[in-house]
Design a protein around this ligand. Structure first.
Ligand code: GDP
Length: 321
């Protein structure tokens, strides 16, 4: 049997590497990957040249410039520029190479800041975005619209999944530029080693967030990609072709912080620094469409945090300053 050649763009990132772990178990798939040094996805000529002779059957577009609230706030130009370029180049080059199937990975920050919770797919573009990550969100919305437009005009089957906040192995554990989970795993771990009495978390602790373990995200991505076109289309609006991927369950940042402290084994106090931004007040996805397509998550927050802390301990050499 001839194997399907599947290109995972962004295979060294947290989500891309989880998709690779998932697909590597399959006998019917031949994985194709390129590091950013081998192929700069922001460079149109290189991307076109790659697709023109790589004989790819399907694409997972998991490459992105990502970061937490501080990184988004301080490097807005990088976030909008790099993401737009990668999306335009990969999606258009895939089309030129006559590739029929592509899965684009977005983010739940595409939805309006004050959208009704839990957020349904159809709240997209109904209100203003959260300003701290608006440039990134605009790029991700453009990615969805690129996919929809190539489907409408050229009959492609380019699908989009919008994950809630993700965490897990290969996450960015940078002390400032990371998302809340890896940032705090590291801070609690270092405080435990140094015997500090207190750890500082950002904001008020009151915002609510939903978190999904990245291996669940990879499983959902493969599930959506491999649904028959008939089943996929009967559950999606052609003008709103994206699908939320989450757990449908959220918690306060305070609850999250306390759970991380417990998993890491830090027994000191926690102080919230309210001079740091809270970001959007609540971000919870409605996952009814995903459920109707036959998928639900399997890794609970506490188990996922334990797995992530274990991975951090096994790989912490790379995080030492
Ligand atoms: P967001 O979902 O886009 O806001 O992304 P983040 O993961 O960066 O932040 C989620 C929430 O956690 C925000 O309310 C932050 O203020 C809060 N938070 C608390 N401590 C930290 C931390 O150490 N790092 C980050 N990134 N966020 C933190």
């Amino acid at each position: 049997m001839e194997k399907k050649r599947v290109f995972v763009a962004g295979h060294r990132g947290m989500v891309g590497s989880a998709i690779v772990r998932q697909l590597a178990q399959r006998g019917d798939i031949e994985l194709v990957t390129r590091t950013s040094t081998e192929l700069d996805l922001t460079d149109q000529a290189s991307v076109n040249a790659f697709f023109a002779d790589a004989h790819i059957d399907e694409v997972y577009l998991a490459a992105a410039k990502v970061g937490g609230i501080l990184a988004n706030n301080t490097q807005p130009a990088e976030f909008i520029y790099q993401n737009l370029m990668m999306e335009c180049n990969v999606i258009h080059a895939a089309h030129l190479a006559d590739i029929q199937k592509l899965l684009f990975l977005g983010s739940s920050c595409i939805y309006p800041k004050f959208a009704e919770q839990p957020m349904q797919e159809n709240v997209l573009l109904t209100g203003v975005l959260e300003p701290t990550n608006e440039p990134y969100a605009v790029a991700k919305i453009a990615g969805i619209k690129l996919c929809e437009s190539y489907n409408r005009q050229y009959g492609r089957d380019y699908r989009s999944v919008m994950p809630t906040n993700l965490y897990g192995p290969q996450d960015n554990f940078h002390p400032e530029n990371s998302h809340v989970i890896p940032g705090l795993i590291r801070r609690f771990h270092e405080a435990k080693l140094e015997g500090n009495s207190e750890v500082v978390a950002w904001g008020s602790g009151r915002p609510m967030r939903e978190f999904l373990y990245v291996d669940d995200m990879a499983a959902a991505s493969v599930h959506i990609m491999e649904l028959s076109k008939g089943i996929y289309q009967s559950n999606t609006d052609p003008m709103l072709g994206h699908i939320n991927v989450g757990t449908g369950v959220d918690c306060t940042i305070r609850e999250l912080v306390e759970t991380i402290a417990k998993v890491v084994g830090f027994e000191g106090g926690i102080r919230f620094d309210t001079s740091k931004p809270d970001g959007t007040p609540r971000k919870l996805l409605n996952v009814d469409r995903l459920a109707s397509l036959g998928w639900t998550y399997s890794v609970s927050l506490e188990v996922g945090l334990e797995k992530t802390y274990r991975w951090f301990l096994d790989n912490q050499d790379q995080f030492r300053a």
